[in-house]
Design a protein around this ligand. Structure first.
Ligand code: C2E
Ligand code: MG
Ligand code: MG
Ligand code: MG
Length: 288
């Protein structure tokens, strides 16, 4: 009987796997169509400098609006596009589109674009970035490429070579989601990153007298020693912002400052950081 039950479980397991791969396959087909039909766009989340309280740039975050009006999260479709290889087509579009968008705003704020591991392993990436810069006339200094540690697990030499070439032409490289990888501290030395984005999980518990403050302090000290600029991600409260300011974090990004906004809302944004107690001037019309 036990053996029989095990067999049934195996069947159940198989059918769950089947169902998962069917869904993956359906998503792939849908992605192919969506790339063709241009159902993707960017929203932009402001990044502010704590030194002078000014808006310094935006992170471009992809959104997929399906024909039924539903927005699909990149947390869902980017991994699917990675798996199927469609990330290369999607990513090429993304870099060109982000550069084009950045030339639309009337200040020299930077644009940060996320690049996933498979894109960075593709030797054609460097050429796509150059094409995007040339095509949009965006100054390379205004483009920041965000990568995560997982980029380096495979085909490290291609990735490193591309990153070095990008820096040579003036594009800056940020290490995203810092602290979530398996050897983050050592990893920071493996490439001369221009910027490190401290993951939201280190920001979440910041509070006066919290032990989380010591962790942030250590990361800031390390980045500083290596000459790498710091950005804290996922700042949701005034308290977190106060601690980050006191600990000397250079820049911040998060819902407390602004949700990601549509391109046409960018001219309405405050050019300076909303200061505690001050009235928030514009309704940022949250783009989810
Ligand atoms: P990420 O690069 O770490 O982006 C930050 C994510 O945190 C974004 O989610 C952003 O909307 C969200 N976020 C920002 N501030 C806060 C906050 O205060 N609280 C909370 N709870 N969340 C906050 P999003 O837009 O859903 O993107 C998720 C991930 O998808 C990104 O993580 C990035 O890894 C990936 N992604 C997004 N756009 C692209 C793209 O164009 N290309 C590639 N390859 N990946 C992308
Ligand atoms: Mg990012
Ligand atoms: Mg991040
Ligand atoms: Mg992330």
């Amino acid at each position: 009987a036990a053996k029989g039950a095990g067999k049934n479980c195996a069947h159940l397991f198989d059918s769950v796997l089947d169902e998962a791969s069917r869904q993956q396959r359906a998503l792939e087909l849908d992605l192919r169509r969506a790339i063709r039909d241009r159902e993707f766009r960017f929203v932009f989340q402001p990044i502010y400098s704590l030194g002078d309280n000014r808006l310094t740039g935006f992170e471009a975050l992809m959104r997929w609006r399906r024909q039924d009006g539903q927005d699909v999260s990149p947390a869902l479709f980017i991994p699917a596009a990675e798996k199927s290889g469609q990330i290369n087509a999607l990513g090429e579009w993304a870099i060109a589109e982000a550069c084009r968008c950045a030339t639309q705003w009337d200040h020299d704020a930077t644009v940060s674009v996320n690049v996933s591991p498979r894109q960075l392993m593709n030797p054609a990436l460097f050429g796509s970035v150059v094409d995007a810069l040339v095509g949009s006339h965006l100054a390379p200094r205004r483009l920041i490429i965000e990568i995560t540690e997982s980029v380096f697990i495979e085909n490290m030499s291609v990735a490193l070579q591309t990153l070095r070439k990008l820096q040579t032409i003036g594009v800056r490289i940020a290490l995203d989601d810092f602290g979530t990888g398996y050897s983050s501290l050592n990893f920071l030395r493996s490439f001369p990153f221009d910027r490190v984005k401290i993951d939201k999980c280190f920001v979440d518990n910041l509070a006066p007298d919290s032990s989380a403050n010591a962790v942030i302090r250590a990361i800031l000290t390390l980045a500083d020693a290596l000459g790498i600029e710091t950005v804290a991600e996922g700042v949701e409260t005034a308290t977190q912002l106060d601690v980050l300011r006191r600990e000397g974090c250079a820049q911040v990004q998060g819902y407390f400052l602004s949700r990601p906004v549509e391109l046409d809302r960018i001219p309405l944004l405050n050019a300076t950081l909303p200061t505690p107690g001050a009235e928030t001037v514009v309704d940022l019309n949250a783009a989810r």
